[in-house]
Design a protein around this ligand. Structure first.
Ligand code: NDP
Ligand code: MG
Length: 395
């Protein structure tokens, strides 16, 4: 029986994780579940999964959850980052699913790394913001890092594993990172000024949280994933080719020196990579419909349009700068939140990131405090630009 901590249990990744775990009650038990403020959803999760601990973001939400669970005293409810840090070191936790969205997930993911857990990483913003510090913490803590982001999970599946259980990059010539292109693929930039949050969140293939849905629409997600692949597989950006594949069936590919290209195919359903991470190196049923390759009919590939979607080009630049992706990710979070609030336009998102990257003094953050300071500075700068743009639109 593996003890699992599901961080971001109420979210899209959290729900998919709990769904897979529920199919294998003899293998997995939720020891810790966490969320920010979704008390109702958390109460339902606690009733179904009976975790030992439930952690909310704030004391008020924790106290509301406690009130909802008076008849379930075996679930200990707590609040805040300190409580979560402590719980993640519990010896009965083997696996930590990093499913919190954004920079907020960095601190608990680093705690899990320090405690030497197996980390199923969905929260790419944590890795790309902290970069070297994140990878160093994983190494020092003796943690195992398994990507569940579908593309990186596909890469992991297409690579041999070395004696230490890590992906073996010998003889790899190129990683081919696929992108769906999002809901606005094929559209010119001029036509994107007036798109709404609902349109941006209507992803053609995947059902995901709002923030990553917008990131997919702007291609900022592919920029984050480029940096994620560089860290996970010790590559430089020129060793990674980005290809738009609108069907989202090929989740990424590895090209070897002999010309062979290995790909992982599957339904666009996050339960596949999550099940792979939970069971690795074994495989388990994920509850995913079998892929009907004949019904899929065709697989298309095309180059990304960097003019219509400048976020990807901005990320490609930021990756080459020390601390650049920390500032990129922070500015993107601020801009996406402002867009989802109806304050700025879709095409303002890349403006906010661009202006922030130009204004913030970048340097490689060597400690968690330094990462947090850079994140905060970038957020302040990004917020000032978002506020100015919102005012220019009369918001
Ligand atoms: P969701 O918005 O669906 O869920 C986010 C989760 O994080 C919720 O449980 C939320 O709690 C919690 N949360 C949000 N803010 C905080 C905070 N400040 N402190 C603690 N917890 C917080 O996101 P997704 O599941 O879509 O994405 C999660 C991560 O996984 C992201 O980094 C995303 O990029 C990555 N990812 C997601 C994929 C997907 O298919 N969804 C695919 C690949 C990667 P509450 O409900 O209380 O707000
Ligand atoms: Mg992905």
């Amino acid at each position: 029986m593996r003890g699992v901590a599901v961080l971001g249990a109420t979210g899209s990744i959290g729900q998919s994780t709990l769904d897979v775990m529920q199919r294998h009650p003899e293998r997995y038990h939720a020891v810790v579940v966490s969320a920010n403020r979704s008390v109702d959803d958390m109460a339902s999760i606690c009733r179904i999964h009976k975790p030992t601990h439930a952690v909310m973001g704030e004391p008020e939400s924790a106290s509301a959850l406690r009130d909802r669970l008076v008849d379930l005293p075996q679930v200990a409810v707590s609040a805040g980052a300190d409580a979560l840090d402590e719980l993640l070191a519990l010896p009965d936790i083997d696996t930590v699913v990093a499913g919190i969205v954004g920079f907020a997930g960095l601190r608990p993911t680093l705690s899990a790394a320090r405690a030497g857990k197996t980390i199923l990483l969905a929260n790419k913003e944590a890795l790309v913001s902290a970069g070297a510090l994140f990878m160093d913490t994983v190494k020092r803590g003796g943690a195992t890092l398994l990507p569940v982001d579908s593309e990186h999970n596909a890469m992991h599946q297409c690579l041999p594993i070395d004696a230490l259980g890590r992906p073996d990059m010998t003889n790899v010539e190129k990683i081919i990172l696929t992108a769906s292109g999002g809901p606005f693929r094929g559209r010119a930039r001029e036509s994107l000024h007036s798109v709404t949050p609902d349109e941006a969140c209507a992803h053609p293939n995947w059902s995901m949280g709002a923030k990553i849905s917008v990131d997919s629409a702007t291609l900022a997600n592919k920029g984050l994933e480029l940096a994620e692949a560089c860290w996970l597989f010790a590559r430089t950006p020129d060793q990674i080719e980005i290809v738009v594949h609108p069907q989202s069936i090929v989740h990424s590919m590895i090209r070897y020196q002999d010309g062979s290209v290995l790909a992982q195919l599957g339904q666009p359903d996050m339960r596949t990579p999550i099940a792979y991470g939970l069971a690795w190196p074994e495989r388990i049923d994920a509850g995913v419909e079998p892929l009907d390759i004949v019904a899929a009919h065709r697989l298309d590939f095309e180059a990304p349009d960097l003019d219509a979607f400048p976020c990807l080009a901005l990320a490609q630049w930021a990756i080459s700068q020390p601390g650049g992706m920390c500032a990129f990710s922070a500015a993107n979070e601020v801009a996406v939140a402002a867009f989802l609030q109806g304050e700025i336009r879709f095409t303002d998102i890349d403006q906010v990131i661009d202006l922030t990257l130009k204004q913030v003094e970048l340097s490689e953050p060597a400690s968690l405090d330094a990462v947090q300071a850079l994140d905060e500075t970038a957020r302040e700068v990004a917020q000032s630009h978002a506020t100015r743009l919102a005012a220019a639109h009369g918001k």
